[in-house]
Ligand binder design. Structure first.
Ligand code: 5GP
Length: 175
């Protein structure tokens, strides 16, 4: 059990389970993209450890780039739409794999997909370490999912609680 700020978290998924599942996802990606040169677009901050472990297991000749959402939000009829920043490489006509920490309601990913598609990539797939199927509010096609989990708050392995806990080498869940 660990305490972060005012909350207590208990062990959830071990480092070895995470790493072996990521290696499986990497194998799948290598098979799917054989002979191609995909671009991994890593969504900061949460996906940094997942992405690091994933790409270490990728034997393809590939590019890796990093984006984040702007901290400001712009209100549209659909709610808060945050713009992506850091898209410097041209991804026109490229095979894109978005690397995310978690797809919860799916709203963030839906906005991201819409913005990425504006750059006219050849294909777009999603690799997410975690997915909460019961929380999903919009359909998202996710080809590479590490673990489907219950609708509970998790921390560690890149994911934070109020900025803390990203450095934990395994996943913890709110007690
Ligand atoms: P969405 O609801 O739009 O799918 O999720 C957006 C973001 O909420 C994720 O990228 C992640 O940063 C955060 N999030 C969702 N569920 C959790 C969780 O269980 N733990 C942590 N640390 N962040 C979460």
């Amino acid at each position: 059990m660990i305490n972060i700020l005012d909350k207590t978290f208990v062990p959830f998924i071990s480092r070895s389970s995470i790493e072996s599942r990521i290696a499986e996802l990497a194998d799948l990606i290598c098979k799917d993209y054989e002979g191609r040169n995909p671009v991994f677009i890593v969504v900061l901050n949460g996906a940094f450890l997942f992405a690091g472990e994933l790409v270490k297991n990728i034997s393809l000749t590939c590019e890796i780039t990093f984006i984040r959402f702007s901290s400001y939000s712009q209100t549209e009829s659909t709610g808060n739409v945050r713009q992506i920043i850091g898209m410097e490489e041209s991804i026109e006509n490229r095979d894109i794999i978005i690397v995310e920490d978690i797809v919860d309601t799916g709203l963030t990913m839906a906005h991201l997909l819409k913005q990425i598609k504006d750059f006219s990539p050849k294909s777009v797939e999603i690799a997410t370490l975690l997915h909460k199927p019961d929380a999903l509010k919009t359909p998202i096609d996710m080809r590479y999912v590490g673990f489907e989990i219950d609708n509970k708050f998790v921390v560690g392995y890149g994911l934070d609680y109020d900025g803390f806990g990203r450095n934990l080498d395994s996943l913890y869940v709110l007690a």
